[in-house]
Write a protein that binds this ligand. Structure first.
Ligand code: ADP
Ligand code: MG
Length: 238
């Protein structure tokens, strides 16, 4: 569960082509990072995978099934944004269980899954608080917790830590690495932070102007960049 394949995926916004013939294979359980300069198409590519944007051309497969024409809710993926998008009037518990509740899950099951996610994310003592009574890091944990309770085949993160201060960012980076180790679920993670990319990724996808410049392990990109763009972006001497 959790393999994702893109075949010749293109996205146009009017006259502007933002994603240009992207082919990509993501294996079950892989931690894949999309990096590249601002505006290169990272968020758009993630939104195409999640179904929040519709591909203009090409095919998207999840676990071998063609989901190109499917709704986000039919794709078994959970998205975590940089703005936490928590409901301010709901408690942490309600926020984390909301997706399950709208999906019609029984109360006991919601409670069990919320408690489980709270345990993983060290939120047990905060379940009855409202988001405004939480720190930035805690809010981001709740957003991740909400994704976990849905038990997705894959997590999609769009710069989840960019609103946090530097120290917290480092802490949360470890948390996310641990989460991946614990759950073993496929994760796609967008960042423009090279350090985040190099430390978290099994595989890095380097994008520029909607084109994949290289795909490889952090080590491959560092030691054998295919081109000057990758070398400069990853910061290795070539
Ligand atoms: P990144 O996440 O790498 O910074 P984005 O995927 O957000 O880049 O954007 C890629 C390009 O697509 C940018 O030129 C951006 O302005 C454009 N773009 C993104 N979303 C839209 C949209 N809904 N309508 C028109 N242009 C868009
Ligand atoms: Mg973006």
């Amino acid at each position: 569960m959790g393999s994702i394949t893109l075949q010749k995926v293109e996205k146009w916004f009017g006259e502007l082509q933002v994603i240009k013939g992207v082919d990509l294979d993501i294996g079950d359980g892989e931690f894949v990072i999309f990096v590249g300069p601002s505006g290169c198409g990272k968020s758009t590519l993630l939104r195409l995978i999640s179904g929040l944007e519709e591909a203009s051309r090409g095919t998207i497969l999840i676990d071998g099934e063609d989901v190109t024409a499917k709704l986000p809710s039919e794709r078994k993926l959970s998205m975590v944004f940089q703005s936490y998008a928590l409901y301010p009037h709901m408690s942490v518990r309600e926020n984390m269980g909301f997706g399950l509740k709208t999906a019609g899950a029984p109360r006991a099951e919601i409670e069990r899954k919320v408690n489980e996610a709270a345990g993983i994310l060290k939120l047990e003592d905060y379940l009855d608080r409202k988001p405004k009574a939480l720190s930035g890091g805690q809010r981001q944990r709740v957003a991740i917790g909400r994704a976990i309770t849905r038990e997705p085949a894959g997590f999609l993160f769009d710069e989840p830590l960019s609103n946090l201060d530097a120290a917290l960012r480092v802490e949360m980076r470890f948390e996310i690495a641990k989460l991946h180790e614990t759950l073993g679920t496929t994760m796609i993670y967008v960042t423009h932070d090279q350090v985040e990319a190099m430390t978290l990724a099994d595989k890095i996808v380097v994008l520029d102007f909607g084109v994949i410049k290289q795909v490889g392990t952090p080590r491959q990109l560092y030691e054998k960049p295919d081109n000057l763009f990758v070398a400069q972006f990853i910061g290795s001497p070539k």
